[in-house]
Design a protein around this ligand. Sequence first.
Ligand SMILES: Cc1ncc(COP(=O)(O)O)c(C=O)c1O
Length: 420
Amino acid sequence: MSISDDKKHIWHPLTQHQLYPNHILIKKAKGTLLYDDNNKEYIDAISSWYTCMYGHCNPYITSKVAEQMNKLDHVVFTGFTHEPATKLAKELMSILPNNQAKLFFSDNGSTSVDIAIKMALQYHCNIGNKKNTLIAFEDGFHGDTFGAMSVSGLSIYNGPFKDHFLDVKRIPVPRESNLSEVEEKMRKIINDNEVAAFIYEPLVQGAAGMKMHEPKHLSTLLEIAKKNHIITIADEVMTGFGKTGRYFASEFMNELPDIICLSKSLTGGLVPMAITSCSQSIYNAFLSSEMEKGFFHGHTYSANPTSCTAAIASIELLKSNEIQNNIKRISQKHQEFIHRIKEHPKVKQARQQGIILALDFHNETDRYGKLRYRLFDFYMKEGVYLRPLGNTVYILAPYVISDKELLKIYSVIEKSFDLV
Ligand SMILES: Cc1ncc(COP(=O)(O)O)c(C=O)c1O
């Protein structure tokens, strides 16, 4: 493959090709490291968008998938089932919040969100409620398909499509300073509309710049939703599978969600897959002698056996003592780093939830402004793949990262203070 073929034929995601036509050619990856065509190493400090949490080309996951590939590659998942799916169901149920009962398979985070929204809307329709309004956070991000875009608040992604969205009312993320205001706004939306569901990224809003909020504040909103028979949808596409310090961020709240969206590190980054899980009572509303009350949504690659196998292996790793100890070790190191830099004059705010660390610089800048590219180029030159969002730099490194590699990431970030 040559880079000129890339330039000639490929349209990359989230890219303004006229301004940024060049892409770095990555030849291979192993553990925490990516290697370019000159064999230069980069520590993957964001786990390739939070997927490869057990390290790239993890030998346990790849060997299990290789075995499965020679047994059953793919089969239609309507009318058929298979062992990788049933085994995965059992494994996933052993770690999901205990009100979750059923799993619906798809391919990526955005589709898992669209499915969650469709489940919520059809749930109400099936039980005879006409409820169409959704509540979402102002700057949440839930993906790029139409349902997911409708509930996302980041306008750079959504602008040209906003006339075609579902009916969504937005509320700010709750904090100590605005909690009563947010509560009041939510209650008013519920009074004035037929609200079907409330969707949120629990505790950490990833694409918004790893913005964090407290469990007790989100719990307050979930309690309001539950009291008003509003379906709660936790988008754990980013936060799921150990990143917040527990298997799922939803475990920190008093109220459990009715529906959970999962993807990204579900399969350890090896192959794509997503799952939307739900409670028994959501599922029950689809059981009927009437065919059309069933959920007529399906993707060709639903529950692909190789993807299921990658997910089983990933969950086994997640539950292992080694990974659980690593999560504690990384969280502890992050705390020490935050303690060291939080008073630095260039740092506006530093925060952490589990193994997710973020810091904002004082500079106010656009999400894709010049500062972001200046920092990105510097980090890459230093051999660390970090992907700043505006004036925010975050670390979400694989669970297998060593202390030495973590120290290198911290030191490169500290050196970059001179650039802002
Ligand atoms: C919270 C959240 N939901 C949904 C998505 C969309 O996932 P995908 O890119 O797999 O469609 C993302 C992607 O970053 C995400 O962070």
